[in-house]
Design a protein around this ligand. Structure first.
Ligand SMILES: [Zn+2]
Ligand SMILES: [Zn+2]
Length: 112
């Protein structure tokens, strides 16, 4: 699969416990298939190290992307979990794209 925000950057499968998500090495963004995000937010913090970290890529947050699975236009919505995060969601498959660093922000919001 291709990163929705970076041209020519493939997503790399990253496993956390039983869940496999896809992460972009360039921008640090992460693709979650439907129902993968919520359980992951409740995994032990130590197991989530591979998904954390902010990226240096600038401007990706404002960019409109396409779903890496079905190429539908992603819709930008504020997360019900933490209002500070605007995530990109696919109207076709309900997958969720988090830009680099947004997973960290969600973790903080959930811990509150
Ligand atoms: Zn990327
Ligand atoms: Zn999709």
């Amino acid at each position: 699969m291709q990163c929705p925000k970076c041209p020519k950057s493939p997503l790399v499968a990253t496993r956390v416990q039983a869940i496999e998500v896809d992460r972009c090495q360039t921008c640090g963004g992460i693709w979650f298939d439907n129902h993968e995000l919520i359980p992951l937010l409740h995994e032990r913090r130590a197991d989530l190290a591979a998904l954390r970290g902010r990226s240096d890529a600038r401007g990706v947050n404002q960019k409109h992307g396409q779903c890496p699975r079905d190429s539908a236009d992603l819709i930008r919505v504020s997360s019900a979990l933490g209002r500070s995060v605007i995530l990109d969601t696919c109207p076709e498959c309900q997958g969720i794209w988090l830009d680099g660093g947004e997973f960290d922000t969600l973790l903080k919001d959930v811990a509150r």
